[in-house]
Design a protein around this ligand. Structure first.
Ligand code: UDP
Length: 416
């Protein structure tokens, strides 16, 4: 593909900076998705600018990842971390900053791929200023999320309206799993155009080291039964279910429970980590449990490879990158029977599914895998094959690239 202004695209992720450390303060799958999609699209020949909100004064306003791919941080509201539920009032400033950036650079994007509902609003506003193709990925649907939480935030009504308008008016919605697509149709709107293109993972980063070598590198014994959680500390992630499951496991005395992910004391994730630690103490599992904190390179691939089983006990998950990262590392997954996890994890083939919040069912599933190392290995091998076939970032970028090209061609024809 030749580099022209037509293949200049903007990925907008107001609340998920693609250039920051992952695994804490609301930084998770969306950040990884935007960054990896951006990098992979650049390899396909697109000129990719990824726009996000600046949250710290010491952050560079432009991060050049590769010659064709950069993160651009715009000022919208105070330069500090603002929870997603409180960002909306600052979006007009974000839109203006993006318009100013385009003007200063002397070009206009013809396609934006927006991520999460906040960015969808930005995309819809930009469309009022210039001809624009808008592609949108939700990452989370308010209509589902609000069913699963006790305290509905004041922004909820606005979010639900914006999500519906976006589904009905965007040039294309990208659902990351058939389950998410069905949820959009059932709970958001029957109007609008949806394509299903899954998330991906880095099959070179994950799966390059075997279990024994990873355990040696991390200082684990070869006969320990390692049960791994990776992710943010958020009640929606269901870590409590996992801890209670280990409390009931018939392998309990041999289990090493690793709960990986960053948190900041006093913040929402720090409060959830304290709560999880108190459940660990209540069940007398302190000796069996470690909290290694935020995991990046080189440790994250080692933990995935060292584990006997990776558990994803979420109450709701539109896709769930952790599941495919573990699978790429040949580690079977025990996951909640919800959302995208029903798509990525094939029960009895690449892992097992259990009803969300059901600690007894999770304990039974984890025990089945821990008690049968041959079957564990077999599940892990098939899991790796499934990821190689269905979930590489390169294949995701090829499909997105084809979609962008088709939509841009259509918009040119319509304008003619
Ligand atoms: N992650 C990480 N380090 C951590 C915890 C999480 O790099 O300490 C990454 C993890 O590898 C995955 C992402 O954060 O790529 C979480 O994505 P997922 O879709 O599973 O959950 P989300 O955060 O979107 O709810």
């Amino acid at each position: 593909m030749r580099l022209t202004s037509e293949n200049r695209v903007a990925l907008i992720s107001v609340s998920g900076d693609p250039a920051i450390e992952i695994g804490r303060e609301e930084a998770g799958g969306q950040n990884v998705y935007v960054r990896q999609v951006g990098l992979a699209l650049a390899q396909q020949g697109w000129q990719v600018d990824m726009f996000t909100r600046q949250t710290r004064a010491d952050q560079a306003s432009i991060v050049q990842h590769t010659p064709n791919c950069r993160t651009i941080r715009l000022k919208a509201g105070a330069i500090e971390f603002i929870s997603r539920d409180c960002v909306f009032p600052h979006l007009p400033e974000f839109v203006q900053a993006l318009l100013d950036f385009q003007k200063a650079e002397g070009h206009r994007y013809s396609l934006v791929h927006t991520n999460y509902w906040l960015s969808s609003w930005v995309g819809m506003q930009l469309k009022k200023h210039q001809p624009l193709v808008q592609v949108h990925t939700y990452h989370s649907l308010g209509a589902i999320k609000y069913q699963a939480i006790d305290q509905i935030p004041p922004i909820a009504a606005k979010r639900l309206t914006v999500e519906k308008t976006c589904l009905e008016t965007a040039d294309r919605i990208v659902a990351t799993s058939p389950q998410e697509q069905e949820h959009m149709r059932t709970y958001v709107s029957t109007k609008g155009k949806i394509d299903m293109i899954p998330c991906g993972t880095d099959t070179d980063r994950f799966g390059k080291i075997d279990r024994a070598a990873a355990r040696t590198a991390l200082g684990f014994d070869s006969d320990e039964k390692i049960v791994l959680y990776v992710g943010r500390f958020d009640p929606r992630k269901g870590i409590e279910t996992l801890v209670r499951a280990i409390g009931q496991s018939c392998q309990r005395s041999q289990v090493k429970l690793v709960i990986g992910g960053g948190s900041t004391p006093g913040q929402v994730d720090g409060i959830e980590r304290d709560r999880i630690e108190s459940i660990v103490a209540e069940l007398g599992l302190q000796e069996n449990t470690i909290f290694p904190g935020q995991l990046g390179d080189p440790k994250l691939p080692l933990y995935y490879a060292a584990a006997d089983v990776c558990v994803v006990p979420s109450h709701y998950e539109p896709f769930g990158l952790v599941a495919i990262e573990a699978m790429a590392s040949r580690t079977p997954v025990v996951a909640s029977d919800v959302g995208g996890l029903q798509f990525t994890v094939i029960p009895e083939v690449t892992g097992l599914l259990a009803p969300p919040k059901d600690d007894l069912a999770f304990a039974a599933a984890i025990d089945r895998i821990l008690l049968n190392p041959d079957w564990r290995n077999q599940l892990g091998q098939t899991a790796r094959q499934r990821v190689e076939i269905a979930f590489s970032w390169q294949s995701v970028a090829i499909r997105l690239s084809q979609l962008y090209t088709k939509l841009l061609d259509q918009s040119v024809q319509q304008a003619a």
